[in-house]
Design a binder for this molecule. Structure first.
Ligand code: 0O2
Length: 205
């Protein structure tokens, strides 16, 4: 099955990216990573997208950059830059493209930072480099994106106008929430550090 190396890449990258979170947890620093998820695109979605984007089925591996998808979710917008810089400094893959849908949101209202990685997977036939899409977004961006994605699925991409309008308003509210949280970021971070120090002390008792 041609998706096998993609499954392996997703599993490996989930462990590696969650490792960054664990390392921050061991330090007293605020962790820029709230959680990490990953998936291999389901075959039905691959076929739908191939049709939608006119990608020939024998060119899926080059023509579809998100067969393997990872997502890093952060608390604050500022954490996104920290995460992206960490990703840029790694030596275990190459970044071949970056798309900033935060500075320039999509017409739908979608915001997220996308990176396309060229990730080497070790297979029994030797090394195989595959494309992986990494999305970095805040909790608020993720909430909006997940809801909009479900509605798009429900309405096969043709969301009724009145719901689209509500989604635009919700996107503005999510943007405002990110802004408000950024303003009280230092307060929140201090509170989180106090909580994690207490938990650490509790573990030692
Ligand atoms: P799924 O089900 O998440 O796998 P495009 O040309 O914009 O259609 P492209 O060129 O594949 O898409 O690249 P892009 O836009 O950088 O990344 C595609 C993925 O980003 C999507 O995958 C979604 O996960 C997410 N995304 C992009 N735009 C939107 C949007 O408007 N709303 C939501 N909810 N997610 C979006 P898939 O294959 O569409 O779907």
């Amino acid at each position: 099955m041609f998706l096998t190396p993609y499954k392996q890449a997703v599993e490996e990258l989930k462990i590696k990216l969650r490792g960054i979170r664990h390392q921050y947890e061991q330090s007293s620093k605020h962790t820029p990573i709230e959680f990490v998820t990953g998936r291999v695109k389901p075959v039905s979605s691959i076929l739908d997208k191939a049709k939608r984007k006119n990608v020939p089925l024998d060119q899926l591996e080059e023509g579809m950059q998100d067969l393997a998808g990872l997502r890093i979710v952060t608390q604050f917008v500022e954490d996104i830059e920290t995460v992206v810089n960490l990703i840029r400094s790694r030596k275990d893959f190459e970044i071949i493209e970056e798309r900033d849908y935060i500075i320039e949101k999509k017409p739908s209202g979608y915001r997220s930072y996308h990176l396309v990685l060229n990730y080497p997977v070790q297979t029994i036939e030797g090394e195989k480099k595959i494309l992986v899409e990494l999305q970095v977004r805040t909790l608020a961006m993720n909430f909006w994106g997940t809801i909009e994605h479900s509605l798009n699925y429900k309405y096969s991409g043709e969301i009724p106008q009145h719901i689209k309008m509500r989604l635009q308003r919700a996107a503005e509210a999510a943007f405002k929430l990110d802004e408000e949280m950024s303003i009280i970021r230092d307060e929140v971070r201090e509170a989180q550090e106090i909580i994690s120090t207490k938990q650490e002390q509790g573990r030692k008792l």
